[in-house]
Design a protein around this ligand. Sequence first.
Ligand SMILES: *Cc1c(COP(=O)(O)O)cnc(C)c1O
Length: 396
Amino acid sequence: MSNWTDLENKYYMQVARRQPIVIVRGEGTLVWDENDKEYLDFTAGWAVNTLGHCHPVLVRAVEEQARTLMQTSNQFYTIPQVKLAQILVENSCLDRVFFSNSGAEANEGVVKLARKYGKTHRNGAYEIITALNSFHGRTLTMAAATGQPHYQEQWKPLAPGFVNVPYDDIEAIKAATNSNTCAVMLEPVQGEGGVNVPAQGYLKQVREWCDEQGLVMVLDEVQTGIGRLGSLFGYQRFGVEPDAITLAKGLGGGVPIGAFMAKEKFCLLAPGDHGSTYGGNALTCAASFAVVNYVIENDIPTYAETVGQHLRNGLNALASLYEIITDVRGMGLLIALQFSSDISGQVVSLCNEEGLLLNPVRPNAIRFMPPLNVSTQEVDTALERLEAALIKLISG
Ligand SMILES: *Cc1c(COP(=O)(O)O)cnc(C)c1O
């Protein structure tokens, strides 16, 4: 234990399950701890560092904007906010955007949008159907939306108006729909729930049901958006156009920003209905624009799919060698490896020793969410380090 971990123990609210590593700097897929030990970072700020750590394009955008203008209020127009709005709208099926500071806040905003639609177009309907095993954030309202009991139990009474149904099950959505329902909100691939990829037809069935019933189809793309699944937006992998989406994580590439976007028909929020002091500020928007523009100009999503396939191939090769691996799943660069027992914590600790950072997303599964521009060589090194960790574990 270092001085910093001791001080954290003393002064910080003890809410995070931290690995015993103090990260002091990063470059690309690499980070270094306070003892100058180098790691391959396959957690990437929790699927946030789209272009890796300290990408020069992002650093330059932050530096220049910090020197020019960081924050005004939303009482005024700023150029970075408009530029980011334009690039997101022009490259998606959505027509307008609002910027928040986080994923949970983006989801709160989209719930307001869906409820306003329900109020005005569906006789005051307000209920939102979400999935079990989902994750939508940690505000009190998002605890109700998030269909995982351990995120809910302690905070009861939960905000009313959310129904959690099994994921990848269209019949469950149909059965939960009633005259109070205004929207369905789902992740295209569940991230925190363990990287759960639905059947290819699921989101199309949800689309059809929402059209038939006049419900708002919302996709929470906080984790899947901006290239993570091998397309700029996750919905593109499933051949559907949602009515609204939320973004955060990879949108900023490291600066805190979130967004919700919607088709014109659903953009009913009027002046005064919603707002944020920091949301869409010049600094984060300039940074985010640099990231999104780079991702689009260099077709990073296609690259992420190719290198993701390379990683999945390598993991499948390990699965054929080691019986403790029972599943490899994911899309693009959002991938999980499942074990036959609850050993993900041990695997992650052993990988730390080998110089590879991973996330134990479930007691029996680890998650890979490296920067989208990770090299195939770095993936190969990560696979070697993972195998070394597994050999250590098996030989006890
Ligand atoms: C991380 C995440 C959130 C919450 O985002 P915060 O920025 O932590 O509030 C919401 N939805 C999904 C799908 C996420 O992965």
